[in-house]
Design a protein around this ligand. Structure first.
Ligand code: PAF
Length: 192
């Protein structure tokens, strides 16, 4: 369905059939993957995509497989109404908000495993986290087939692992974007 404003229309896609239909003819598509609770960091990624691409799609999906605890997943901030208003105002073309079943319909044949040398920093202390991130990012990339994916340098380890994994297999380029900080120099993050 569409969110209407005087002259702005954002198409909200809730399932993969609608997604395929909507993106059928899209070229030079920019994609910003998010888990919602949007902040100025996300907004800067979206603005960059709008500038550089013909169409821009944002996803909001709180991905259960990248959380180390069920409690953390449950407590993750969700702010759908506010997010919709932000995206509409920015003039985003598409918002993809799938249900869990839609995304995890198909089982992976080969399990994702980090190389031993990548098991450092955050990966060392959050077992399974980056495997979950790589899994969802590959699923989203296969579905959306974006030309460019915009990701923040704030999560540098995530950015580098996703870049290495996706650029090898898909015709998509990961665009790294600088960290946006608050007036106390803290990097903006949905959790904060
Ligand atoms: O950085 C995030 O918000 C998430 O890890 C991402 C990239 C949207 C994957 O779920």
């Amino acid at each position: 369905f569409y969110l209407l404003n005087s002259n702005i229309q954002m198409k909200i896609l809730l399932n993969n059939t609608d997604l395929n239909k909507a993106l059928n003819k899209a070229s030079n598509l920019g994609f910003i993957p998010t888990m919602g609770s949007l902040h100025p960091g996300h907004i800067s990624l979206i603005k960059k995509s709008i500038k550089q691409c013909n169409k821009t799609i944002v996803s909001i999906f709180v991905n259960p497989t990248q959380f180390n605890s069920q409690n953390d997943f449950k407590k993750y901030p969700r702010n759908k109404k506010r997010d919709l208003l932000i995206l509409k105002k920015l003039d985003v073309d598409y918002l993809y908000m799938p249900l869990i079943n839609e995304i995890y319909k198909f089982k992976r044949i080969k399990k994702i495993k980090l190389f031993k040398k990548d098991n450092i920093l955050c990966a060392k202390y959050r077992p399974g986290h980056f495997e979950g991130v790589l899994d969802i990012m590959e699923r989203l990339t296969k579905l959306i087939k974006p030309s460019k994916i915009y990701m923040g340098e704030k999560d540098l380890q995530q950015l580098l692992l996703v870049k290495r994994c996706l650029e090898k297999k898909y015709k998509t380029k990961i665009i790294s974007c600088k960290t946006i900080r608050n007036n106390r120099k803290l990097a903006l993050s949905s959790r904060n």
